[in-house]
Ligand binder design. Structure first.
Ligand code: ADP
Ligand code: MG
Ligand code: MG
Length: 883
């Protein structure tokens, strides 16, 4: 016969899957010797049986009888006894905590007959009727499905009639009326009232708690957090203790340490003369825990001592639900407590310092997600302002500024010393100057890997992207939301990139002290900063993955190095050829011989100087220069504009030149630029740009060598699909190398390729034969593996997919292990089979995603490369992945 019930006082290690979190922790507390009212847990197996079969499992009734008898014995009262009734709490509790999602019924066992017994045994009529009205209400809500507002209305009606403001001021007569009215509500809504047989009550309450697993709320919560629908909940049946029994009683919640700051002092709230959820319901104002210290020092001391016991056993900060009945302390629940990101770091470091846990364990108790939040300026929640719109939380942090609707305006406002928020339909390469001048970015279109999002994260600017129904009317300089004018250029707005919300007006923001310390501005003297420092140092000591940065300018590289980067894993040369420099690429592609030569020379000069600065700023660490990769249309002039200019030209020669340029641009026109003439394809068609870039890189390295500076140069080819491409490019690069060697002696470099098409991944063994290293561009690889556009999908259909649980999270945020991850793992294995020592890196946005780094560690990746602000997060996660 299966056992479906386990006593709280059963010996042995409690099984969370079977007993649920609450039940297992209650059993643990009994084992620690803490004062827990007697009770037992009906297991999740019973729930699963009920959900599957629709009937009570065989034998459950008999087991229930036996365990109930044991509780009666221990409590010294009998359930249903008309003289001195034992009352029960029937409490849900799944294995994975689902706060507030399921139900609890208290005071089970009260009937018209037993309430009289409770009056006699307690000598307190008011108390007994308070319990009874609570039971009718909770039973009504949970078992009979009556809306809670109906009972709230009954209660406020009674308070009005008796002219009192506080529940506790309602006397026995008033509460008797409340019971009657509440039963009347039950009858009206559900066609029945509270059963007058205590055993009926118990059976129905247990069943309702099982059923609450299938409730709408609980299902939605599980979908959102990816919890198994089949697990079921346990039900805890426990003797009631009475916090509502007069002024020497009460109930409260407490944390063993401050959950907001992590400070090692108890924190909590207490409400005298209260039962159940009164403390959190906010009907009456609870008092700080320190008040309990004054009201009942003995009970407070026992609580402190229980907290110490809990911390020693859980070796972590715990939260506690407790009740004081006539001065006697009872612990009703505990669990490892939720905490703010700052508290997480402080508590982990303190527990390590106090010797309760190892540094490795401390590292596992914090996350990159939490560090990301600690690094961002926060929105001060107390400063008011109304929300205007919301979109994708594309880059964390908060900032306030005046709205600018184009790059030029942004730059102009910034020059006047204004803080600026740039709002665009979407951003393109030419918006970069405006983005640089801004404190935050908002775009109507685009997902979390759109240009705006990637650039904003790279710069550490807050950004909200993909605000649907948002339109920018550049003619009237207004912003419309679903057709209504909501903002105008120049308005002050606040952008919260952590939540994806945009507010009207100025909100206070709080700068991050951790960021200030990491950037080298301050010393680590606040406890939270010291904790972050300690755990980051440990992460650096244990991690195998190297952490590099995606950076193009010396300033960014220096910043990345300050944040702990070990070099540059991705220097995107197209970023160095934007803005006005775009014309050089255009000149090479479309110009006559003279213009082409001039443009190539400009590219070479510009790169030689820029690369030398970047190589130098990396302090001898590796720098991977990726040869030009941008969809062609980003470098070519706008066709419409060109046509207009040709038409307006008064000079005939000029008009002819413009027309011929127009024809040239049109020859390059592509329907799908993202899968068009990009990367290596352009390099093969027009090798001269690549030659100029390679020559500049080698010359820059030689310049550094001549100055006695260290450098470590890598050249990388983007968007390769077949080894044939790689070989063709290798020949051109080798020729450039020979040419430089002739002038300046051999300059050492390594040659590698991006892996960002599925075909490249599948033929990584062939690529490995021709390359010193492979670097996975997981953004493009995801886009091409799924066959979706990263610029559109997060706006058009992925949110719906996430809502419906078709995908758990956008594959652009967290690496899709089953698809893209499988390709990556296959590629690594195939490449290493050919060349065991080949270096493998990841340089996509996933490089710093906390949920993806563990996968890269297991796949045998050697380094991740991410935008500078995310470097500390990657270091931490790489450490976590290694322990
Ligand atoms: P939740 O999972 O929502 O926290 P609980 O099962 O902990 O639900 O019950 C909610 C509240 O009911 C508790 O915080 C406590 O105040 C009260 N409660 C639970 N069990 C008992 C009990 N045995 N005696 C008195 N009050 C109880
Ligand atoms: Mg609880
Ligand atoms: Mg790419």
């Amino acid at each position: 016969m299966t056992t479906y019930i386990s006593s709280f006082s059963a010996p042995g290690h409690p099984d969370r899957d079977l007993l649920g979190g609450k039940g297992a922790d209650l059993a643990r507390m009994v084992q620690m010797g803490l004062p827990v009212p007697p009770g037992f847990t009906i297991t999740t197996a019973a729930c699963r049986h009920v959900l599957a079969e629709g009937t009570r499992p065989p034998g459950l009734a008999r087991q229930l009888e036996r365990h109930l008898a044991a509780v009666e014995e221990e409590a010294g009262r009998r359930f249903g006894d008309p003289d001195d009734p034992l009352l029960l709490a029937v409490r849900s509790g799944a294995a994975v905590s689902m706060p507030g999602m399921m139900d609890t019924v208290l005071d089970v066992g009260l009937t018209d007959a037993t309430v009289a017994g409770l009056v006699r045994s307690s000598g307190d009529e008011r108390f007994a009727w308070d319990c009874y009205r609570r039971l009718v209400q909770m039973f009504g809500e949970t078992v009979l499905g009556v809306a809670p507002e109906r009972f709230t209305a009954v209660l406020s009606g009674a308070k009005d009639r008796w002219k009192v403001t506080d529940d506790t001021a309602l006397g026995a007569d008033a509460l008797r009326e409340v019971v009657e009215s509440s039963n009347a509500v039950c009858l009206e809504v559900a066609g029945r009232t509270l059963p007058q047989d205590p055993f009926d009550q118990l059976d129905q309450a247990v069943h309702a708690v099982f059923g609450s697993w299938q409730g709408e709320r609980a299902r939605a919560y599980r979908r959102r957090f990816g919890i198994d629908d089949g697990a079921g909940t346990a039900v805890n049946v426990q003797a009631m203790v009475y916090g509502n029994h007069g002024p020497r009683s009460g109930s409260g919640v407490a944390f063993t340490r401050d959950p907001e700051t992590g400070e090692p002092v108890p924190y909590g709230e207490y409400l005298p003369t209260a039962q159940g959820e009164d403390v959190v319901a906010g009907t009456r104002t609870a008092v700080p825990l320190s008040r309990l210290h004054e009201l009942d020092p003995a009970a407070y001391q026992r609580l402190r001592s229980a907290m110490g016991t809990l911390e020693r056993n859980y070796r972590d900060m715990c939260d506690v639900e407790f009740t004081v009945e006539d001065g006697r302390l009872w612990i009703l629940q505990t669990r490892v407590g939720k905490r703010s990101p700052a508290a997480a770091f402080r508590i982990a470091a303190d527990f390590a310092e106090e010797g309760w846990i190892t540094e490795d364990e401390a590292l596992l108790r914090v996350s990159g997600e939490q560090l990301t939040q600690l690094l961002s300026p926060r929105l001060d929640e107390h400063s008011a302002g109304s929300e205007v719109a919301a979109g994708l939380a594309a880059s964390p942090g908060a900032a306030t500024g005046r709205l600018a609707l184009d790059s030029a305006t942004a730059a102009k406002l910034a020059e006047r010393g204004e803080d600026v928020v740039l709002l665009r339909p979407e951003t393109r390469a030419e918006d970069l100057p405006g983005m640089l001048a801004s404190r935050a970015i908002v775009t109507a279109r685009g997902g979390r890997t759109s240009h705006a999002a990637v650039v904003a994260r790279g710069m550490g600017l807050p950004a909200v992207c993909g605000v649907s129904d948002l339109e920018v009317d550049l003619a009237t300089r207004q912003v419309m939301l679903a057709g209504t004018r909501v903002l105008a250029e120049g308005d002050v707005v606040t952008v919260d990139g952590t939540s994806g919300r945009i507010y009207r007006g100025r909100h206070r923001t709080v700068p991050s002290e951790v960021a200030a310390w990491l950037e080298g501005g301050t010393t680590a003297d606040s406890p939270v900063v010291a904790a972050v420092a300690r755990l980051l140092e440990h992460a650096d000591g244990v991690r195998r993955l190297r952490v590099l940065a995606n950076a193009e300018t010396a300033a960014d590289v220096r910043r990345a190095m300050r944040l702990g980067a070990q070099g540059v894993g991705l220097c995107r040369t197209e970023h160095l050829l934007l803005g006005e420099r775009r014309a050089y690429v255009e000149g090479v592609l479309l110009g006559d011989d003279e213009e082409r030569t001039r443009s190539l020379q400009s590219i070479a000069d510009l790169h030689r100087e820029g690369f030398a600065l970047v190589l130098d700023a990396a302090q001898g660490g590796p720098v991977t220069i990726r040869l030009l990769d941008a969809p062609l249309h980003e470098f070519l002039p706008d066709v419409t504009e060109l046509a207009l200019r040709a038409e307006r030209a008064t000079d005939a020669d000029r008009a002819a030149a413009l027309r011929s340029r127009l024809a040239a641009v049109e020859r390059f026109h592509e329907a799908n630029p993202m899968t068009g003439l990009r990367g290596v394809r352009l390099a093969i068609l027009r090798p001269e740009i690549m030659t100029a870039q390679v020559t500049a890189a080698l010359d820059a390295a030689a310049d550094l060598r001549d100055r006695g500076r260290a450098f470590d140069l890598e050249l990388m080819v983007p968007l390769v699909s077949t080894v044939g491409e790689l070989e063709a490019v290798a020949r051109v690069i080798a020729a450039a190398g020979d040419e430089v060697a002739g002038r300046r002696g051999r300059v050492p470099y390594r040659f590698g390729t991006m892996v960002e098409t599925p075909r490249a991944a599948l033929t990584a063994d062939l690529l490995a034969g021709a390359a010193d290293f492979l670097s996975f561009g997981t953004n493009d690889l995801t886009q091409l593996t799924w066959g979706l556009s990263r610029d559109d999908a997060e706006r058009t259909f992925l949110p719906r997919y996430e809502q419906e649980g078709i995908v758990r999270i956008s594959p652009f945020v967290t690496l899709d292990r089953d698809g893209v991850g499988a390709l990556l793992a296959t590629a690594v294995a195939r490449a290493r089979a050919v060349r065991a020592s080949i270096t493998v890196g990841v340089c996509g946005e996933h490089g710093a995603d906390p949920a993806s780094i563990g996968f890269f560690e297991n796949a045998g990746v050697d380094y991740v490369s991410c935008s500078p602000p995310r470097v500390p997060v990657a270091r931490l996660e790489a450490g976590r992945a290694a322990v």
